[in-house]
Unconditional design. Sequence first.
Length: 256
Amino acid sequence: MKQAVTVVVLLVAGFAATFFWFQQNTRALSGDVQQLREEVVTLRGSLDELSKTTQAIHRRLNPPAPTAWVSADDDAAKGRDNAPVTLIEFSEFQCPFCARFSANTLPEIIRTYVETGKVKFVFRDFPLSFHQHAAAAAEAAECAGDQGMYWEMHDILFENHENLEPAAIRSYAEKIGLFMPDFLFCLESGKNAAEVQQDLHDGRQAGVNSTPSFFIGVSRQDGRIEGTLLKGAKPFGVFRKLIEKKLKEAGTGGKS
């Protein structure tokens, strides 16, 4: 009998000890859980602050592209007059970056968007003052345009942008088949100097300060666009992204 009582007492004592241990550890565990919850709340707050800071830095490093109202004027153009989007380039023939754009990127834009009727491409002059022959080359292209051969002169000047001496320009005019007496009279008389200077003025008014610079926007009947400014000889993909955006704004939708 005494042994049975002893066993019962031991069992009760063991159960009590186990219950006490479980109760103590449950309280400790509950405290740990509460602390963990508080730490999670604090961490969420820190992540929210970090996200806001990251977004602010992104906005600072990637500000919205500037826009400006720009006219196509009566400058040389390729594509349909009623194309939904207009791309205006301010450029000059002595600029190596402009030459690179003309050789590498412009042909893709012409094939993908101009020849398919989606984009009208306009070339406007922006001869930089530190390029000695840039203004004369721009006038030479305009004089070639008077004979209906603007783009032929445009291409050959860019192909030879490192040599735009007066004698070289005359040789390019002969090579593309211009009627030389008219070309030389046009060039020597300064017939198109005012046209070049007007382009330069309009570019400055729109915020152009380097070449090449581009404005891409939805076409309007008055020939103006509210163009998004894109600076530099960017790869085709950059132009594609912006052109597609403008096509959607124009309501023409789809990818090429």
